[in-house]
Design a binder for this molecule. Structure first.
Ligand code: PLP
Length: 376
């Protein structure tokens, strides 16, 4: 069986986890957390980052930081993971879904403006498959209407838009280190990227149960106390130790995934040229991280049949997402603005092929040959 995914592990993770245990500081903000924070701030040229328990929680922190209130509206694509919406729904927001572009499966930036009302507070672009949304257009809209932008860059670490790392363009950004993402922490994990200085202090407070504990540790107050709302959003240091093993080898991991992606792309190109499938499109201004390799077939029936065929041949291919606006909670907490031209139609065609650090070239060849046998 060729698995769909394996958590990234490059060799030193076990050693670092043991080091962390022996350091007698295994809860949040220990030595490995500091190493990871420094690495990200340098690599991303980002003023401040905070490791969190998950990307879901980084998104929740963003919603608290932006003071989302009952009735506020948040614009996002319907083709995304539930956490993008849930984080804002938890604060009482109404979710306004807009259509995606069929080329990148990202939010259609030309549909955002018509969805804005006097209640709109935030736009949440989701960089699907680590390929950037049209951020210049989105930032331009946000400036003209005085809106916040939170980039859900859960899949976007190591990707850029016009040279800027994803997650560093909007006011806030989030990454995920779930085992299905390119870089992994032990258990679950995420990162909040804070690109606007006015949020620095409050972000630390929200992450530390609403206390000014981090100011206390820096000697800036003599006692720490409860000063705001908050929760426990710190990543434990054992998880950060595992993540550090990945970060050390970040370029190697990225290159390996890109090689696999390219192999898929070049081998499957002939079937696209013959009109049998469609392959991902990477716009010129985007450098991607090979988070995903997907193909699109003609329709839902063909997808079901091909997935079944791949499964029979021991290949772990999957599909996702059921568009949020057509889910039970999506109907309750939001609405689709404008016409659903591409969201449902395109989502039903998409198949994700196995993709992970260390996936063997002969496995990729086997997958490609199996698809060839099905198509021809
Ligand atoms: C994975 C993912 C999340 C959630 O990340 P967790 O770390 O599992 O909470 C959110 N948004 C998108 C687009 C994702 O792909």
């Amino acid at each position: 069986m060729i698995l769909f995914n394996k958590p990234t592990c490059t060799g030193n993770e076990e050693k670092y986890i043991l080091e962390s245990i022996k350091s007698n500081k295994i809860s949040g903000d220990g030595e490995f957390t500091k190493k990871c924070h420094n690495w990200f701030e340098k690599k991303l040229r980002c003023k401040k980052v905070l490791l969190t328990t998950s990307c879901t929680h980084a998104l929740e922190m963003a919603a608290i930081l932006l003071d989302i209130q009952e009735g506020d509206e948040v614009i996002m694509p319907s083709y995304t993971f539930v956490s993008t919406a849930n984080a804002f729904v938890l604060r009482g927001a109404k979710i306004v879904f807009v259509d995606i572009r069929p080329d990148t499966m990202n939010i259609d930036e030309t549909k955002i403006e018509q969805a804005i009302t006097n209640k709109t507070k935030v736009i949440v672009p989701v960089h699907y498959a680590g390929v950037a949304c049209e951020m210049d257009a989105i930032m331009n809209i946000s400036h003209r209407y005085n809106l916040f932008v939170v980039e859900d860059a859960a899949q976007g670490m190591m990707s850029t838009y016009k040279g800027k790392p994803l997650g560093t363009i909007g006011h806030l950004g989030t990454y995920s280190f779930h085992e299905t993402k390119n870089y992994t922490s032990a258990g679950e994990g995420g990162l909040l990227l804070i690109n606007d200085e006015k949020f620095f202090q409050r972000a630390e407070i929200i992450r530390e149960k609403g206390t000014n504990r981090s100011l206390f540790f820096r000697g800036m107050v003599d006692k720490y106390s409860w000063v705001d709302v908050g929760s426990s959003y710190l990543m434990n240091d054992i998880s950060a130790a595992y993540l550090w093993g990945n970060l050390e080898k970040a370029d190697e991991i990225n290159q390996n995934r890109l090689n696999i992606w390219k192999k898929y792309y070049l081998s499957l190109k002939e079937f696209e040229d013959r009109g049998l499938i469609k392959l991902p499109i990477i716009p010129n201004e985007c450098i991607q991280n090979a988070h995903m390799f997907y193909i699109k077939v003609k329709n839902l029936d063909e997808r079901t049949a091909l997935l079944e065929y791949l499964k029979k041949n021991d290949i772990g291919a999957v599909f996702h997402y059921i568009p949020l606006h057509s889910s039970l909670a999506g109907v309750k907490f939001g609405y689709f603005d404008g016409e659903d031209i591409f969201t449902t139609l395109e989502s039903e065609k998409l198949i994700r092929l196995p993709m992970y650090f260390g996936l063997k070239e002969n496995d990729v060849v086997y997958i490609i040959n199996t698809i060839r046998n099905y198509l021809i």
